[in-house]
Design a protein around this ligand. Sequence first.
Ligand SMILES: Cc1cc2nc3c(=O)[nH]c(=O)nc-3n(C[C@H](O)[C@H](O)[C@H](O)COP(=O)(O)O)c2cc1C
Length: 249
Amino acid sequence: MSTQHLYGTPAPQSTNGSSELSNSSGESAPGKLHVTSHNQYKTPRLLRENLNPNPLIQFNEWLSLALNPTDNSPVVKEPEAMTLSTTTSKGIPSGRVVLLKTVDEKGFVFFTNYNSRKSGELNQNPYASLVFYWREISRSVRVIGKVEKVTREESIEYFNSRPRGSQLGAWASAQSTVVEEGDVAKKVEEKESEFKDKNVECPEHWGGWRVTPFEVEFWSGQPSRLHDRFRYTRAEGEQGEWDINRLAP
Ligand SMILES: Cc1cc2nc3c(=O)[nH]c(=O)nc-3n(C[C@H](O)[C@H](O)[C@H](O)COP(=O)(O)O)c2cc1C
């Protein structure tokens, strides 16, 4: 399969979207917030005979369409945004949004601070789940897999492609730590003068994680909540064929 790098994906265009909210609490929030809309999802049916036997190739097809829509397909805003869930060694979960930067035959790569909360949890329990939701085309993908750090060379290659401001930010922000207002801006200034007239090198504490999946599910929204779902599974670490099963919505 071909590797997709998403370095430098253009900023998404704005589109209109709506949802109906009703607040039962009157003036003095917080109160109950009801989401009363009932979106009817409708995308082309997802059928077993149209699925690629390899979920990474199937994912690549979906992502390519989301990034470069053909005639009738709507633009998807930031399709590379995904919710990454991790857990502590006690099994306490946490999720946050990160950006997918590369998909290759081994898995899904994102970049972050290796001292952050998410990295700490990945060190404790090297398994993660990713969820993509592409509202404009009523599609979602769930990935579950084992994580490992990418090579230092891969991290450096991507770091060097980032804007200088983001590179300095990676040095200045001790991600996930408690700070006072102004602390990070001050650190950025310090790093600016430290790296004045020099390339900003990739910090040792910054790099990529790769999620190598053993389960991938494709979800395609259909009317009346009768969605199409297909789950690919393969034993962890295996290289053979994937089992593919349709799941009830
Ligand atoms: C759209 C979007 C994209 C983001 N992309 C990244 C990313 O690629 N890497 C990253 O470290 N944080 C990214 N963040 C910030 C994370 O959601 C999170 O705040 C940060 O990584 C700290 O998470 P942690 O404390 O759980 O480690 C992104 C946030 C949003 C909303």
